[in-house]
Each structure stands twice: as structure tokens, then as C-alpha cells.
Design a protein around this ligand. Structure first.
Ligand code: ATP
Ligand code: FE
Length: 340
């Protein structure tokens, strides 16, 4: 089957054509960085308006590049949350319009399910269940992925997300947005043992995460001014990696899934990838991580999640809501506001 996918949950507008045989026929992303830069952060209203202007052109572009007509597409997948609600509404409505006019089924995709299933788009041998470290701009969770739409959450962050920590540390160091790639680049010339930083929650019984204290410690180190920025970046990155290692090891005790997977924007980080691959090996588990471009936001992962849902017979009605908040697991649904 062939799925046309839209992603608009944050500041990237993206479209892709993905097949259920794991082919990406075409994909396009337009980053809105320039539109937001004057304001020093993402402005939700500006993001929503930019998606209105950019998305229709991207749809035309991917169809043209793949030489496919809308009639040849089997379903339309659009991110329906979680994210900035204005942008989510724009992408979902474009998707509904396309589905309605072309007479195709609509698939309202959870952006987190896009990240969670993304490794299966490129790793043919990756079967359910697997233990997933989902580390992105808005989330840091350990989930057992049991099947399409079937998630058991083992842990989440009690304050900041991992990517958010990278972004805040980068801002403190005067680097640009997004902070992750900037910190990673600067850290290459730094000494990861130079600045003593905390590893919040390491050693605690449940595999939860916390990064607020780490950010505060980075702030103190920057204000003190006694360390090279390179060393602060490297030490910060190492602290995050150490938290990931300890917390994921704890989760591995609670799951007998044969493979460890890491996905989400922070999984693009080379130190994170190597450290977790090594952890999996030490625990006798398989390991899988998508290529960097598939870790950060893109529409191919939404198309793939759509293809997986379509194969499972899971399509949505035209009343499918746009959701600012949308946990993957049933426990998260029950506890409102609990660090999803
Ligand atoms: P969510 O998926 O939780 O809704 P999001 O879509 O905004 O949030 P992603 O696009 O999945 O987040 O990931 C972006 C985050 O990943 C940013 O916080 C960014 O700093 C971080 N990131 C990207 N590349 C790297 C990297 N090389 N090292 C560390 N962090 C990175
Ligand atoms: Fe994301």
C-alpha cells in the first residue's frame, strides 16, 4: 500500500510518500527556523500560519517527485498530536481535505507512535516486542513496544525532556536552536570529565528520568565562568548519556524484550547511539536505532506508522480530533498532566 503523510506538530512542515514495503518514494521537509529566529524561540501562532503556507506545496512536490497521482495513493496519514495545537490542526485538516476529496481512508497518527515505529521502516528484522528509549524534544520515556497501538510505559521524565535539556544547555552556552546538534559539535573538542555535574535519579528504583537539576548545574558552571564551553558541553552530554545508561539498564530488568531501540531527536546523537548499543550488547539484547534524519521530525515516520496502522485495519473517521496532549500508553491517558 502507498501512504501520503503529513507532519506539522512543531516547527517542521513535512510530507512524504511511503509504501508498506518500506520504500520512501519521496519526502520533503521545510524548516521554519528563519521565521522564528527573531523571537528567540518557536512562536506557535507563526508555526501554524507557516504550515498553512508550506504544506500544500510539499504535497504537490512529493507527488510530482514520485510521479504518483493522488488517485494511486491508498491512504492519507497526518499527525493528529501531540504538539503545538495550531500546527497539528493545520496538518490534520489538510489530511482530511485530501482524504475527503480523493476518497481515501484517513489515518490520524500519534507523532510519538511515528517515532516509536520509525526503526521498523529501515530495520526489516526488528520484531515486536522491543524496549524503546524515546528521547525527543518533548518526551523522555521508556516504553515496551508490544505491537502497533500497544505500548506499556515503564518510565517517563519527572520534569524536562532530554531534548529540552540539550536545548536549554545550548541556550546557556549561547549556541543556536536546536541545541542538540550544536552541543554535540562543541563537545567533540571538550573533556567530558572536566566539569562535575549531577546524574539525577541515577540508582533510583524505578527507571524514571530527571534533567532539571542537570540544567541548573550547567547554569551554575556557565555563570562561574571557570570552564571552557567545550568542556561544559562534553560534560553535559556525558551526564545525559550516563542517565540514559543507568535508567535503561533498570528498565531492561523489567522487560524481557529481546531488542533495545532508541528513537526521537536525541537518538541522532552519536554518543547516545554508541553508549546504548554497548549497553544492549552487555545485556545480551539486540540493538536498533534509525539513521539520524529519521530520528528528528520527518513525515516518513508518520507515513510508516500510517502504513502499519492501515495494515492492522486501523483507520479514522473525519471527526478525528487534533490533540495537544496524547500519551501512547493507557496509564498516561488516565493521569492527566503527569509528565507525558
Ligand atoms: P516530540 O517528538 O517529543 O513531540 P519534537 O518533535 O520537538 O518533540 P524531535 O524533533 O523528535 O522533538 O527532536 C528534537 C530534539 O532532539 C531537540 O530537542 C533537539 O535538540 C534534539 N536533538 C536533535 N539532534 C540532536 C543531537 N545530535 N544530539 C542531541 N540532541 C539532539
Ligand atoms: Fe518529534
Amino acid at each position: 500500500a502507498l501512504v501520503l503523510a503529513l507532519e506539522s506538530s512543531c516547527d517542521d512542515s513535512a510530507a512524504a510518500l511511503v509504501s508498506s514495503s518500506r520504500q520512501i518514494l519521496a519526502q520533503a521537509v521545510v524548516n521554519q527556523n528563519d521565521a522564528h529566529r527573531p523571537f528567540g524561540g518557536i512562536v506557535p501562532e507563526i508555526a501554524a500560519r507557516a504550515h498553512v503556507e508550506i504544506l500544500p506545496g510539499l504535497v504537490r512536490q512529493v507527488l510530482h517527485e514520485a510521479d504518483v497521482s493522488i488517485g494511486e495513493v491508498d491512504a492519507i496519514a497526518a499527525t493528529a498530536g501531540p504538539g503545538l495545537i495550531g500546527g497539528v490542526m493545520v496538518g490534520l485538516l489538510v489530511g482530511k481535505g485530501l482524504a475527503l476529496s480523493a476518497g481515501k481512508p484517513l489515518i490520524a497518527v500519534n507523532h510519538l507512535e511515528g517515532h516509536a515505529l520509525s526503526p521498523r521502516l529501515v530495520d526489516v528484522g526488528l520484531d515486536f516486542p522491543y524496549l524503546l528509549l524515546l528521547a525527543s524534544g518533548g518526551h523522555c520515556q521508556l516504553l515496551e513496544v508490544r505491537g502497533v497501538g500497544d505500548y506499556r510505559r515503564l518510565a517517563t521524565t519527572i520534569d524536562d525532556a532530554a531534548g529540552e535539556a540539550f536545548d536549554k544547555a545550548a541556550k546557556l552556552l549561547g549556541l543556536g536552536f536546536p541545541g542538540g546538534p550544536a552541543i554535540e559539535a562543541l563537545a567533540r573538542d571538550g573533556d567530558s570529565a572536566a566539569v562535575p555535574l549531577p546524574r539525577p535519579l541515577v540508582g533510583s528504583k524505578e527507571p524514571h528520568f530527571s534533567f532539571a537539576g542537570l540544567k541548573a548545574a550547567v547554569q551554575r558552571a556557565v555563570i562561574a565562568g571557570s570552564h571552557r564551553p567545550e568542556d561544559v558541553a562534553a560534560s553535559f552530554q556525558q551526564a545525559v548519556v550516563d542517565c540514559f545508561l543507568d535508567r535503561t539498564a533498570k528498565a531492561l530488568e523489567q522487560s524481557d524484550a529481546s531488542t533495545l531501540v532508541v528513537a526521537g531527536g536525541v537518538a541522532a546523537n552519536a554518543s547516545v547511539r554508541t553508549a546504548l548499543a554497548d549497553l544492549a550488547q552487555r545485556h545480551g539484547r539486540g540493538f536498533s536505532v534509525p539513521p539520524g534524519w529519521l530520528c528528528t521530525d520527518n513525515a516518513a515516520m508518520i507515513g510508516w506508522a500510517g502504513a502499519e496502522r492501515l495494515a492492522a485495519g486501523l483507520t479514522d473517521g473525519f471527526d478525528a480530533p487534533a490533540r495537544a496532549r496524547w500519551p501512547l500508553d493507557p496509564e498516561g491517558e488516565k493521569v492527566r498532566g503527569a509528565g507525558v
